[in-house]
Design a protein around this ligand. Structure first.
Ligand code: SF4
Ligand code: SF4
Length: 336
């Protein structure tokens, strides 16, 4: 572990090789955008309105252009990025996107668009000393001090910043930086416990044996009719979520020329499962909510052994009718 007194030093050091993408104000909201100056970084804001998912998986992107029988890939060169000041829940979200878009084995799905951005990004994480009341990462295997998935991880302390480099990429990136080696980092454990104690804890049980098991027994439960009625199906919750990754694909053409693109989609949209025949296997809000909760707390656990919710609380904060997924999951656990 090393120590620096001013984060500006690290920022300027990393900026020499790559563009920095971090939280920047846009109107009254905060999004991950390119930051030219350290002072443009919104260091006091915990989480952006959108997660950093957009850096790897944009809301709308051209997959290819076509002209008669020919396909042409977009020319956009992906620049090396430093994703700066990302919180542990969002880093976990990026890890989940990687599991989906860069699957293991020869048969596993490999998304070239995601992979080229991911490979060119250095993730600089930042511990959360002051979590928000809507955070619940500790209920879903997270922690405001979890450095897993980051290349470089920053722990703010009373008199500076401790820097960990969990990956070789991170180690290489800080070479040449003027730093002080630190031996005793026991204070971090105290800081971690203090930060965790500020976070609301839901009892979802063990990852595979708790809520996932309960949901398996609730497929035909009346529970689903009891929770969805306020939802207006706007899809905001999926758009702001760091781990939701559903997308739709559409073509636009004029004569023999055109393009194919993909756009974020949401399982809470009525048209999401609508088939060309007019049949919709999930026509009701209760079925769509059953899908959403099961995907987050059951199906993803079955495939990857982890929740697909990282406890960032964004969906609850952004929902126009105050639907809180953690409260719904907690209600499911105690449903008789
Ligand atoms: S943000 Fe709220 S209202 Fe909109 S789809 Fe999600 S849960 Fe429903
Ligand atoms: S489901 Fe909600 S709380 Fe969970 S990771 Fe997505 S936005 Fe965050």
């Amino acid at each position: 572990m090393i120590k620096i007194n001013d984060l500006r030093t690290l920022f300027e050091h990393l900026k020499r090789e790559s563009q920095i993408v971090g939280l920047k104000k846009d109107g009254s909201r905060y999004f991950y955008q390119v930051i030219d100056l350290y002072d443009d970084w919104e260091s006091s804001v915990l989480l952006g309105n959108f997660s950093p998912k957009e850096v790897f998986f944009p809301q709308d992107e051209v997959l290819f252009y076509f002209k008669a029988q020919k396909t042409i890939l977009p020319k956009d060169e992906v620049k090396p990025n430093v994703l700066w000041g990302v919180r542990p829940c969002d880093i976990a979200g990026i890890g989940e996107l990687e599991r989906m878009f860069n699957q293991e084995g020869e048969e596993g799905y490999k998304d070239p668009y995601f992979i080229q951005r991911f490979d060119k990004t250095l993730i600089v994480g930042l511990a959360c000393t002051e979590p928000w009341p809507s955070c619940f990462c500790t209920s879903v295997e997270g922690s405001p001090y979890k450095s897993e998935g980051a290349d470089i991880f920053i722990y703010p302390t009373e008199d500076g910043y401790l820097i960990e480099t969990p990956s070789k990429k991170g180690e290489a990136a800080i070479e040449g930086l003027d730093v002080e080696e630190v031996g005793d980092v026991s204070q971090l454990e105290v800081d971690r416990r203090r930060a965790e104690s500020k976070i609301k804890k839901y009892e979802f049980g063990s990852v595979t044996g708790g809520i996932a098991d309960k949901l398996k027994q609730m497929i035909d439960s009346s529970f689903w009719d009891s929770i969805h009625s306020a939802c207006i199906g706007c899809g905001t919750c999926a758009f702001v979520c760091p781990s939701c990754h559903c997308f739709d694909v559409s073509d636009a053409s004029r004569g023999a020329r055109g393009l194919r693109s993909r756009q974020w989609d949401s399982c809470l949209y009525e048209g999401y499962t609508l088939e060309t025949s007019g049949h919709n296997p999930r026509p009701s809000g209760s079925q769509r909510w059953r899908q959403r909760l099961n995907h987050k707390f059951n199906y993803f656990v079955e495939v990857f052994g982890m929740y697909q919710c990282l406890g960032c609380g964004r969906c609850g904060r952004a929902c126009p009718v105050n639907i809180n997924i953690a409260e719904i999951a907690a209600k499911a656990i105690s449903w008789e």
